[in-house]
Design a protein around this ligand. Structure first.
Ligand SMILES: *Cc1c(COP(=O)(O)O)cnc(C)c1O
Length: 361
């Protein structure tokens, strides 16, 4: 088998090797079905078990009760930027958005097409290098929901705790940190996440929605854009992204087998702290671009003393089997995305490489 490299890509991103091998095993013929999952009807018995067990396992991982619906949709997190306000903003057509990065700004852009958006807080003037503090968040009185981004993939910041929003439903774009730790699901009205960062391949968007909020979905909405329709049809109103759901299901089983999200979180803390501690101890050779108190466990952003060195490190790392380290153009520098599936060994090897680079340069 061909050798694999360390993939630090922000997304689509690394998958657990065990999952890839299992999928490979079942690719040609899925467990005696005589066909692959890709070729299977989404209404077949075999597929019904695949999608139902993915839902069951997700409920177990996050402790999701019957008062929430789980939807497997298409269109990426980007389509949710529109679907969320279309379904949840009425009748008042007002919502609060906490703006902590480029994805949050895109969410605001779509929400404004539906109603009035109150920017409850923004750190854009500081190029999103930090998150707003609790007392900087100014919620309005009549918001239908409060929207925030739990992990800012581009800027490398992450909320440790959910913002306090009282009784207003909290809506979270968790595309780049879903399942990195156990959360209290009851704090949320709705969580959405594109699969391709921390769950699986591209093509599926997970939506977890509290059932009472489904009552807000108006019958006048276009059918695919209506959460209630998808919930009533168990994500089978139309053809779901069948193969992606299958792989996501394998990732859920991988997480359960490992011992669940508490254990995953410990591993994520270990990996991220190793890298941040190394940077902080490098006497300014490597500096983190995100404020210390807001650093992300998923996307570690940093830079060297100048762009020449950034480029040199990226190029040499890439030639040595560390791929995807180039930072987003709006931040520059480097970004190491170390999602759930990224091995501790890869972080240790990257640090060894960075140390060797530092000595040479
Ligand atoms: C990647 C990303 C998106 C966009 O996801 P798509 O599935 O490409 O639409 C949205 N929000 C966050 C936080 C992301 O990291």
């Amino acid at each position: 088998m061909e050798k694999r490299i360390y993939n630090f890509s922000a997304g689509p991103a690394i998958l657990p090797e065990e999952v890839l091998k299992e999928a490979q095993q079942d690719l040609f013929s899925y467990k005696g079905a005589g066909m692959s999952v890709m070729e299977m009807s989404h209404r077949s018995k075999a597929y019904d078990e695949i999608i139902k067990s993915a839902e069951r396992d997700l409920r177990e991982l996050l402790g999701i009760g019957d008062n929430y619906s789980i939807l497997f949709l298409q269109g990426g997190a980007t389509l949710q930027f529109s679907i969320v306000p279309l379904n949840l903003m009425p009748p008042l057509n007002k919502a609060d958005y906490i703006v902590t990065g480029a994805w949050a700004k895109k969410a605001v852009k779509e929400a404004k097409r539906v109603g009035a958006v109150n920017i409850a807080a923004t750190t854009e003037s500081e190029n999103f290098a930090r998150l707003p503090k609790a007392d900087e968040i100014k919620l309005s009185l009549e918001a239908s929901y409060v929207h925030y981004t739990s992990n800012n993939t581009i800027f490398g910041t992450q909320f440790t705790n959910e913002p306090e929003v009282g009784d207003v439903p909290l809506v979270c774009d968790a595309s780049s940190d879903i399942l990195h730790k156990k959360i209290d699901i009851n704090k949320y009205g709705l969580i959405y996440a594109g699969a391709q960062k921390n769950m699986g391949p591209a093509g599926c968007t997970l939506v977890i929605i509290r059932k009472d909020l489904l009552e807000r979905s108006s019958d006048s909405l276009h059918t695919y854009l209506n959460y209630k329709i998808h919930a009533e049809n168990d994500s089978l109103y139309n053809t779901p992204p069948t193969y992606t759901v299958y792989i996501i299901g394998l990732v859920f089983k991988w997480l359960l087998k490992m011992g669940g999200l508490e254990i995953m979180y410990e591993k994520n803390l270990t990996k991220a702290n190793l890298l941040y501690d190394y940077m902080d101890d490098s006497n300014g050779y490597y500096t983190g671009t995100a404020a210390k108190q807001d650093r992300s466990l998923m996307n570690v952003t940093f830079k060297l003393q100048n762009e020449e060195l950034d480029k040199k490190l990226i190029a040499e790392a890439s030639a040595n089997g560390f791929s995807g380290l180039k930072g987003h153009r709006s931040v520059g520098g480097l970004r190491a995305s170390i999602y759930n599936a990224f091995p501790l060994r890869g972080v240790q090897d990257l640090i060894a490489f960075m140390e060797e680079f530092k000595k040479r340069n």
